[in-house]
Design a protein around this ligand. Structure first.
Ligand SMILES: Cc1cc2nc3c(=O)[nH]c(=O)nc-3n(C[C@H](O)[C@H](O)[C@H](O)COP(=O)(O)OP(=O)(O)OC[C@H]3O[C@@H](n4cnc5c(N)ncnc54)[C@H](O)[C@@H]3O)c2cc1C
Length: 375
């Protein structure tokens, strides 16, 4: 059987674009199918746009490895490609003695993960860096930064096209069947594509796609995070985080490359829906819940006493695709091959943006092994 493609990528968020680019650069014939009218309209453009250092993930986990490697790759890539970014550093603040213990653990995790430029600082040193905050002590990570997620995706897509990649937009994948030693993929528009290898980078819908080829699918959850914009920046020029809780990083403050400052995200598990985000000619089931303003205010005031409730206005939301449900412990990225020639990316929540180039390389290695075996 003849295949049109060596690799078919389902989904054009950062994971799909980075993977498609990586394999296309090696001279392979790669296609990307995306259900929306363009790339990057879902979670990849609705996040904090932070390039994480890698202090939050258990040593040896894929999240730790791909975040630390991805952080390094992303700085080089942004500098070479002119993607708007800034190496700001980040401060994590302990406000209580109990939080100081957890800050120490975070420090040790960072060291174990090979995070460079990481320092525990007393309150005075913190105040010199970010005068408006109050804390008992802080953890500084110099490799944290911010970037334009849109700029990154524009650049990845440009590279993909220049390497001969082909993209189909408005192409929702609705069926996948085995065809010889590869796959035949059907879309809602009635078209079919054949490919030797398929990779599922469908973000919030990754379980739907994996369900098309395997009965044994992994359960995924949707965890929505709201953001409130701040009307003033308080002179904050680097991400400011509280010590993270068990389930999420806590309501933090992040400057963006455009000069704004936002607070969030929080976490709220929500029902799955066909339309997670607002788009052309259709609505969504979700919006930022204004009633959360008071809770955001209380959480941020713990470390930023000069904030007023009226500084906060509803801004945007993003939805994490996660393997853990409410109350479960943290889970790793899951990159697996549930059927021959089929690669699944599941649970690509944070730090998926930071890790995208490393995810692309990791997926390409699996692709190379599959192609070698198929010869
Ligand atoms: C609130 C929030 C804050 C975050 N902050 C950060 C951060 O600061 N730093 C960081 O590193 N990470 C962060 N993340 C995580 C990061 O945003 C994600 O890990 C990353 O964007 C996931 O990319 P993706 O390509 O897997 O998914 P997506 O961007 O969701 O892309 C998947 C694509 O697949 C398409 N698709 C789905 N089904 C089909 C189908 N049947 N056919 C064709 N196409 C389909 C979708 O339309 C979509 O475009 C955050 C996430 C959230 C929600």
């Amino acid at each position: 059987m003849e295949y049109d493609l060596d690799l078919l990528v389902i989904g054009a968020g950062v994971a799909g674009l980075a993977t498609g680019r990586e394999v296309a650069l090696s001279g392979r014939c790669v296609g990307i199918l995306e259900k929306n009218r363009r790339y990057g309209l879902e979670t990849s453009s609705r996040n904090s746009e932070v390039m994480h250092s890698g202090i939050h993930y258990p040593p040896g986990s894929l999240k730790a490895l791909l975040c630390v490697e991805g952080n390094r790759l992303l700085y080089d890539y942004c500098a070479d490609s002119g993607v708007l970014h800034r190496k700001t550093g980040k401060i994590t603040l302990a406000v209580t003695p109990e939080e100081e213990k957890r800050l120490w653990l975070l420090y040790k995790t960072g060291l174990a993960n090979g995070v460079k430029d990481i320092k525990l600082l007393g309150a005075e040193r913190v105040k010199k860096m970010v005068p408006c905050v109050e804390c008992r002590s802080g953890l500084f990570t110099g490799s944290t930064g911010i970037l334009s997620a849109h700029g990154l995706m524009d650049s990845l897509y440009g590279d993909f096209l220049e390497s001969g990649g082909i993209a189909g937009f408005g192409e929702e994948v609705t069926g996948i069947e085995k065809a010889g030693r590869g796959y035949r993929v059907a879309t809602a528009a009635g078209r079919h594509y054949t490919s030797r290898v398929v990779i599922n980078c469908a973000g919030l819908f990754s379980d739907r796609i994996s369900g098309m080829i395997s009965m044994a699918t992994v359960r995924t959850y949707w965890a929505k995070g709201d953001y409130f914009g701040l009307g003033r920046t308080f002179g904050i020029n680097m991400p400011v985080y509280p010590v993270p809780g068990r389930d999420y990083l806590g309501i933090h403050l992040t400057p963006d490359v455009g000069g704004g400052l936002k607070a969030g995200p929080d976490i709220e598990y929500v029902e799955k829906s066909d339309h997670p985000y607002p788009g052309e000619n259709r609505g969504t089931s979700y919006s930022v819940d204004e009633r959360k303003r008071e809770r955001f205010f209380r959480e941020v005031r713990r470390y930023l006493p000069s904030i007023r409730e009226e500084d906060l206005s509803p801004a945007m939301f993003g939805i994490r695709s996660r393997l853990q449900g409410p109350g479960d412990g943290p889970r790793d990225f899951l990159i697996s091959a549930p059927a021959p020639g089929f690669i699944n990316l599941e649970g690509i929540d944070s730090p998926g943006l930071t890790s995208c180039l490393a995810i692309g390389k990791y997926a390409r290695n699996i692709f190379d092994v599959i192609i070698r075996e198929k010869r």
